[in-house]
Design a protein around this ligand. Structure first.
Ligand code: NAP
Length: 389
């Protein structure tokens, strides 16, 4: 060593972090998605589980980095692996050693896909690929599958004999009457129930199904979900006109919590759960809520033009999205959420708060630009302090 230089000892540790195998391992498919990130966040915060998430490519920085940064000091750091719904073999290592699987991944296109099979095949084959791997794993005890109310009421709205438009977990969408996404969810859920029913005793595991309504609520990464796109458009001044369309909604935070409770509670086995907080919301009300909070902060008013039904009918003649929603215009749908409240114990978030929280998160994540007048969410004044000023 040259004189004057001090000796530096570099300790290279090759020891891997000690994994506590007694802590249940949960697989979350489609980890970078909107609902999945919330679910992973809640699982990691609980500190009760080791969590493994699947992404299509670990090379996708845009999807992987926000996940790594979700809960950096989690008791059990998030593990990520690659899996694609249409690659059966990729699910075998993904489910290895897992006690629970939350199968959330499925294509959710923003519009009607040109080729229905682009949505249906990954949804149905993907579900069967995940479930087959679970059956072979020897470790999976329960799968929670994310279906949708699309598998409950689609094609029944306005149907003779269903004039009350009230739906429960007993209802099933007839696949032949559904648009591609709705069909994909119905067929995938049906395939899952048939799959577990036909399993030999030694390969059996439990199945619980979540049937959420349209999901809104804050984004926690820049990968905003498809449904949040409508609020983003409203806040960005891209929704000048709206039709009178009933909207059935649920907060993403409630959906994530519901998945975890459904995974934990023994009595949930074998059941579907409609996840709905408010059946009586509408696109018009959503615009009103956004406008009330954000027009004073310099954002353009959304949905100022109330599109009459006959105009919607005309548009539906050449626009596939409008032709899909046209039968539901002006109709009030009701989804019974007793099971969610009584069995899962979910007390749903307030709908207006859900919309406002969504908007602020979109601005804070840079998905909608800040206006000069933007002041951000004002902290709520505690009840007792309101008269103090
Ligand atoms: P999202 O943000 O679009 O997430 C979907 C996830 O699925 C993404 O991580 C996506 O991965 C993954 N995925 C899609 N195709 C895949 C494939 N071939 N292989 C592997 N992964 C694939 O949607 P979300 O709103 O969170 O929805 C999650 C689930 O909830 C879906 O099953 C959806 O049908 C259901 N659901 C959603 C709503 C709603 O309003 N959002 C309502 C009811 C039910 P990439 O990021 O790589 O594309």
């Amino acid at each position: 060593m040259a004189s004057g230089q001090s000796e530096i000892t570099v300790a290279v540790t090759t020891a891997k972090p000690v994994v506590d195998e007694s802590v249940p391992l949960v697989l979350v498919s489609g980890a970078s998605g909107y609902i999945a990130t919330h679910t992973i966040q809640q699982l990691l915060i609980s500190g009760n589980y080791r969590v493994r998430g699947t992404v299509r490519s670990l090379k996708s920085e845009e999807k992987v980095k926000p996940l790594r940064e979700l809960i950096p000091d989690a008791k059990y750091p998030l593990e990520l692996c690659e899996a694609d719904l249409q690659d059966k073999g990729s699910w075998i290592p993904a489910v290895k050693g897992c006690k629970y699987v939350l199968h959330i991944a499925s294509p959710l296109p923003p519009g009607v896909p040109k080729n229905p099979e682009d949505v249906i095949r990954p949804a149905v084959d993907g579900t069967l690929n995940v479930l087959s791997a679970c059956a072979e794993s020897g470790s999976v005890l329960r799968v929670v599958l994310t279906s949708s109310i699309a598998a409950v009421s689609c094609g029944l709205v306005g149907h003779p004999g269903r004039s009350d438009n009230t739906y429960s977990e007993e209802d099933w969408s007839p696949p032949e009457a559904c648009a591609p996404y709705e069909r994909s969810k119905t067929l995938a859920e049906r395939a899952a129930w048939d799959f577990v029913k036909d399993l030999p005793e030694e390969k059996k595991f439990e199945l619980v199904v979540m049937n959420p309504a349209a999901v809104f609520g804050p984004v926690i990464t820049k990968n905003a979900g498809t449904t949040v796109g409508f609020i983003k458009a409203a806040l960005s001044g891209e929704v000048p006109a709206v039709v009178n369309l009933n909207m059935v909604v649920i907060d993403v935070r409630d959906v994530a919590q519901a998945h975890i409770v459904a995974m934990e509670k023994p009595e949930c086995n074998g059941k579907r759960y409609i996840l709905v907080s408010d059946s009586n919301f509408s696109f018009r009300k959503m615009c009103e809520v956004v406008n009330k909070e954000f027009v004073p902060q310099g954002y353009k008013a959304a949905g100022k033009i109330k599109l009459p039904k006959f105009v919607a009918w005309f548009i539906s003649l050449f626009n596939s999205e409008m032709s899909l929603i046209y039968p539901s215009i002006g109709k009030q749908l009701t989804f019974i959420n007793n099971r969610m409240i009584n069995e899962l114990g979910i007390q749903p978030q307030d709908t207006e708060k859900m919309i406002i929280d969504t908007c602020y998160s979109l601005v804070e994540f840079g998905l909608v630009p800040k206006t000069p007048q933007y002041h951000g969410a004002k902290p709520k004044v505690p009840q007792g302090d309101q008269n103090l000023s």
